[in-house]
Design a protein around this ligand. Structure first.
Ligand SMILES: NC(=O)c1ccc[n+]([C@@H]2O[C@H](COP(=O)([O-])OP(=O)(O)OC[C@H]3O[C@@H](n4cnc5c(N)ncnc54)[C@H](OP(=O)(O)O)[C@@H]3O)[C@@H](O)[C@H]2O)c1
Length: 326
């Protein structure tokens, strides 16, 4: 079972006024801060530069974040590493006080490509180990994006090797469904520590979240704001940022609608990954540990569920390991 533990001794108590996210104990005994900065480029505007990521990571660590989420495919591992190095150079943290997650891309699923791919990520990040290494999708592709029929169990063996070599402290998966999780659990002595999936008010994912948590697998929730923020999808179901239910909760607790949604995810035992490159919003997004929603308030947000995804991977729907039902 997932346990919430204080991790100030592990992840630093040395920033005046910074907010710290409590930690969750993973099934391998490592501790993961319960909120991460997202650095994915999906919402980046044309005017945004990769240097914005470097600044965002530094601002996040200054604001108290101790967990940064990146991936080989984001193309920003170098800037993430520079932001961490800046924070270390400023004396805000030491390396062991920052938890870094990165992910293996689909064209590196062959057993003998996994460790070399992680070594490349580490080189770009300027780190000698990663705290959490995830298989980004269960779907393997060739360099040109066409399908490759590699069983993710084979990929998982490569992940185990990365852990055995000490290059990854914890290993896990992302975008895996319940039966794919079960298949790893049934065939490997090493259980995934984490499944990183989309969870937000329009995609609440109760069955998959429950399944993972009951197996002791922590759940990181990506795209936590769902359609509160602009995704160029005017037809998408509510809530939007100005939704009356969220506005009422925001007024009650003196928070913003975005903070209400992040708190909702935390109270469901999830680890949200809000992305921002704006210094004020970065600080706002971690300032969610001084209030609690009631059970009815949590239920009122869950009622928005429309099983509608922000991240559409239906172009892989014919792949043998496509994880979604539609
Ligand atoms: N494993 C996977 O397959 C996967 C897939 C997708 C995403 N992810 C991870 O999850 C992270 C987050 O997902 P996401 O980037 O799709 O979406 P998100 O965090 O839900 O939303 C990001 C958007 O919200 C805005 N925003 C941030 N804080 C805000 C606030 N307090 N108020 C109003 N707007 C705010 C951001 O703009 P500003 O930057 O201008 O603040 C940006 O446009 C990614 O960065 C990535 O690390 C993982």
């Amino acid at each position: 079972m997932i346990r919430l533990v204080l991790c100030l001794f592990y992840f630093g108590f040395n920033v005046a006024l910074a907010v710290q996210a409590p930690c969750i104990e993973l099934n391998d005994g490592n501790k993961i801060p319960s909120l991460a900065l997202g650095t994915g480029r999906g919402t980046a505007k044309e005017s945004d530069s990769l240097d914005d990521v470097r600044k965002a990571v530094l601002w996040a660590i200054e604001a108290g974040y101790r967990h940064i989420d990146t991936a080989a495919v984001y193309g920003d591992e170098e800037q993430v590493g520079q932001g961490i190095a800046d924070a270390i150079a400023k004396g805000i943290v030491t390396r062991d006080q920052v938890f870094v997650t990165t992910k293996l891309w689909n064209d590196k699923h062959a057993r003998d490509k996994v460790v070399p791919a992680l070594r490349e990520s580490l080189s770009r990040l300027g780190l000698d180990y990663i705290d959490l290494f995830l298989i980004h999708f269960p779907v393997a592709t060739k360099d040109d994006g066409s399908y490759e029929n590699i069983d993710y169990l084979e990929t998982w063996n490569g992940m185990e090797e990365a852990r055995y070599l000490g290059l990854a402290r914890s290993i896990g998966v992302s975008n895996f469904n319940a039966s794919q999780i079960d298949r790893i659990v049934a065939n490997s002595p090493v259980r995934p520590a984490v499944n990183e999936i989309e969870v937000n008010p329009t995609l609440t994912q109760e069955p998959l979240v429950y399944h993972c948590l009951s197996l002791g697998i922590a759940v990181m929730s990506y795209s936590p704001f769902g359609f509160l923020v602009s995704r160029d999808r005017p037809d998408a179901p509510p809530p939007r940022y100005d939704d009356p239910t969220l506005a009422a909760l925001a007024a009650k607790y003196g928070k913003t609608p975005g903070q209400i949604v992040l708190r909702y995810l935390i109270e469901r035992g999830l680890i949200p990954i809000p992305k921002s490159t704006n210094q004020k919003r970065i600080a706002e997004n971690i300032n969610v540990f001084d209030f609690q929603l009631t059970r009815e308030e949590i239920a009122s947000i869950s009622r928005f569920n429309a099983n509608t995804r922000v991240i559409d991977i239906s172009h892989w729907k014919d792949h043998p390991y496509y994880p979604h039902q539609s």
